[in-house]
Design a protein around this ligand. Sequence first.
Ligand code: UN1
Length: 529
Amino acid sequence: MEKILSDLGLTEQDEHSGAGSGSWLTCTGAMLECVSPIDGRTVGTVRCADRDGYETVITRAVHAFEEWRMVPAPKRGDVVRQIGNALRDRKESLGTLVSLEMGKIRAEGAGEVQEMIDMADLAVGQSRMLYGKTMPSERPCHRLYEQWHPLGPVGVITAFNFPLAVWAWNAMIALIAGNTVIWKPSSKTPLCAIAAMEIIWEVLNKNGLPEGILNIVTGPHETIGNALVNDPRVPLISATGSVRMGRAVGQAVTARLGRTLLELGGNNGIIVTPSADLDVAVRAILFGAVGTAGQRCTSTRRLIIHKSIYRDLADSLIKAYGQVRIGNPLDETTLMGPLIDREAVDSMQSALQRLVEEGGEILFGGEVLSGGLFDTGTYVRPAICRAYAGTPVMMEETFAPVLYLIEYETIDEAIRYHNCVPQGLSSAIFTNDMREAELFLSHRGSDCGITNVNAGTSGAEIGGAFGGEKNTGGGREAGSDAWKAYMRRQTCTINWSGELPLAQGIQFDIDTADDSALVTGGHPLKQRP
Ligand code: UN1
């Protein structure tokens, strides 16, 4: 652990500042103890930002925006390219810190840093493609086009489960768009954010850029989060987390007519049809439901299985779950590490209890593990449960490895069951029947932002726009045209005619040859030579 921390310029003993803009501020806010869910050891301590610290950071972000927006977009892209390279150099240590602080397995920790690097690469290319459209004007000798301008300082609120990647989705694009960024990381994973800032500030400083381009303010929602969300100097808040958090953020930002980009809870389902390749399906379900210990917003939580294959699939899953190695996420052979904390374990346990009270059944796992490393109380066995369409607990997102199985008879019924939850992030169908696949992808099919055929619900690539509908909040991040959310659109008309034709054919002319209506005295309507 010491080696990882020192590679990243951190030490276990130091009390880290949780706020800065290119260098660290002295903070006097509350102290966060970063406890690893792996073994309960303290990985570091972080001092939260206080109100003054917040004010300093935001002022710098506002000033830096004035300079950064004047750097040509491809040059901003070049800085992002260097950020990507700096992350490449530290991929291993930063990825391991993700595992240490958050508890995901090493391969996923490294994958998270890879996602940052991929986002940097995507943003570099995007920096030369901030395209505006040109439209034919209905007026003669007029040019009509739109262009995209930088927006301002962007607030980015991230969750513990992807302590780095989700920030990168936002920040890399915001940077090439010409914005500055104020990051409020999860109070459960501030060290990852601090380590990333250290690496990235070095790049900004080397380029002689002002402080305030990439900023961080660590602290509780009640103080720092609220200050950011209610700050009129921050035109866009991008927030990832629970539906409850998103609702509060959405209401506050909308009240000041700011913009939000929300990526909230998922309750992702997979329909498994009779023609599905069950071997491929089982592997996808296992990664979706057990990967990251069920703590992805894209985690597979519901299986809607045709009754003719229900027993077979349930048996195969139980067998596969039995082979999942649970343990220290830093061991190469471990497939599932701990949950983030005991609170998460408690909420998993109460969901399972509710399921049983509501008539469901636990088919496999669900128990809290104990003994040795497991005495932290953060390790669980992933659960497979039998539920029924409409089981109330299944309507909620429990951020833990709980998979509900329900049976269907017709494909229309399956789609109805699939769409009956309030969330709408990711979805999948396993089928080799082209009609079923196309139906699921059609507007009569899945109501989610992400829909896959013969691929699981989690593990989306960054090239597509990421996000979901309904209670998931409607935001889209990462690839495709998600960059537009980070810029302001301006529609421009240029008249090069020497006349003034009006749109919609409106005549609003004065007859320049007719003097009869000339007002004498007061304000002249027109002056004739
Ligand atoms: C999240 O859990 O907030 O598609 C994001 C995926 C990842 C992102 C998950 N690329 O599973």
